[in-house]
Design a protein around this ligand. Structure first.
Ligand code: BGC
Length: 430
């Protein structure tokens, strides 16, 4: 059977992050990383999609494409360019964007922290010092009060495990450290920052008289499998890696339940510290000894990541086992530079969702327009809308048209399948 229907009330939209789309020469950790020559293709985040200036055009394009929900980031470094100095005009600009989205009937979910720190915050140690949590909370207070009734839904922190693993363990992202001890410390501090932010957001909105608040953090989960399932060593490290990379941090941030090697810095009682499950899912990893890689002879995307659609449900189940809440896929997408298999990717992941009995309620595709893909710069295209970076021209891709049809119909029919998916094939790594 090629066709499927999505459940009634299931919402579909797109996600993005401020640094990846806004552009502008700002004093933040990724601008600094660029200045240090660390972006592989040397592209400058100051260019990106120029979305900060073009947000009206982008909102209208979303509307045209039928987008129902939008997960957008706001840039802390822009809002608070210097410690304690908040820029009212910037906050107003975000309020305008949010109002415009809502006027077009697009529901917003705001991410408060998506990998990037203001440089002043990075320079005082960011989340490697527990006393710095208070700066994050202050920023949230200012934003929450300004957004008032307009925004009820927040993601506090995006992918704490990816932020720490790349920034503090592999040293490939800012601040470029390579220390296991530091990685664990930062994880504990990020967990504390989320827990406190969760309570603070609820407290502020309650004081303002609103009861529709929804807060979570975005988990990045992968499926881990042993390279050789007959080898005890591979099986052992597969379990260990999954536990250390994603399971323990999810439990700590969802429930304030900490494993022995992490600290409950704020000594918060165990409880439920999220109102929905937020899952970012991309791929499966294959573990051999202590390192992970990509399974051999499988379908892959243009960055060599395995395409493994059943994993979206396996990871959702893993989080649902921790906490029984509605599940939002807050990111799912693929690097397909020529848009030659993205429609198939979307089709196969949404089909998995449609067949699952889990309470999956929303799907945010990563991402709307091609954008600044961190270390890969402008060279890795994940968008359903093509960007010509030289003239900032936006063009809806074939996958974007397919996505719009899915939203309009809440199903994929055989004729849609034949039109968009049938002839698409993924690359392979054989
Ligand atoms: C991040 C995005 C990123 C995407 C694709 C996710 O882990 O949240 O910012 O662009 O992966 O690499």
């Amino acid at each position: 059977m090629t066709e499927f229907k999505l459940k009634k009330g299931f919402l579909i939209g797109v996600a993005s992050a401020a640094t990846q789309i806004e552009g502008g020469e700002l004093e933040h950790s990724w601008q600094d990383w660029y200045r240090r020559g660390k972006i592989k293709d040397n592209s400058n985040p100051a260019r990106a999609n120029d979305h900060y200036a073009r947000y009206q055009q982008d909102t209208l394009l979303m509307k045209e494409m039928g987008i129902e929900i939008y997960r957008l980031g706001i840039e802390w470094a822009r809002i608070e360019p210097q410690k304690g100095v908040f820029d009212g005009a910037v906050i107003q600009r975000y309020c305008d964007e949010i109002k415009q989205l809502q006027l077009q009937g697009i529901k917003v979910l705001v991410t408060l922290h998506h990998f990037t720190n203001p440089l002043w915050f990075e320079n005082i140690g960011a989340f490697s010092k527990k006393e710095n949590i208070s700066y994050f909370i202050k920023y949230i207070e200012v934003v929450l009060k300004a957004f008032g009734p307009e925004v009820a839904e927040y993601i506090t922190i995006n992918e704490p495990n990816v932020y720490t693993t790349f920034g503090y363990f592999f040293g490939e992202w800012p601040p470029g450290e390579k220390s296991l001890t530091k990685t664990i410390k930062v994880l504990s501090i990020l967990a504390a920052a989320h827990l406190q932010a969760y309570l603070k957001i609820h407290e502020i909105r309650k004081e303002m008289g609103f009861s529709d608040t929804k807060v979570s953090f975005a988990n990045h989960l992968r499926v881990f499998i042993p390279k050789d399932s007959k080898k005890l060593k591979d099986r052992f490290f597969t379990k260990l890696l999954a536990k250390l990379f994603q399971q323990d941090i999810a439990v700590a941030m969802m429930k304030a339940k900490f494993p022995w090697y992490m600290k409950n810095i704020l000594k918060l009682p165990q409880g439920i510290y999220c109102d929905f499950i937020a899952l970012n899912y991309y791929t499966r990893s294959c573990v051999s000894g202590m390192s992970d890689g990509v399974k051999e002879k499988v379908t892959v995307n243009d960055l060599g990541w395995e395409v493994y659609p059943p994993g979206i449900i396996q990871c959702a189940q893993q989080l649902y086992d921790i906490c029984q809440l509605p599940i939002y896929i807050t990111e799912n997408g693929t690097c397909d530079n020529h848009d030659s298999f993205r429609a198939r990717y979307i089709y196969e992941h949404l089909k998995e969702i449609s067949e699952s009995s889990l309470p999956l309620a929303r799907y945010y595709h990563w991402c709307f327009c091609d954008n600044f893909e961190w270390l890969e710069g402008e060279s890795a295209r994940f968008g359903i809308v093509h960007i010509d970076y030289d003239n900032q021209k936006r063009t809806i891709k074939n996958s974007g048209r397919f996505f719009s049809e899915i939203i309009a119909n809440k199903e994929v029919t055989t004729s849609m399948y034949d039109k968009y998916v049938k002839d698409q094939e993924y690359p392979r790594n054989d």
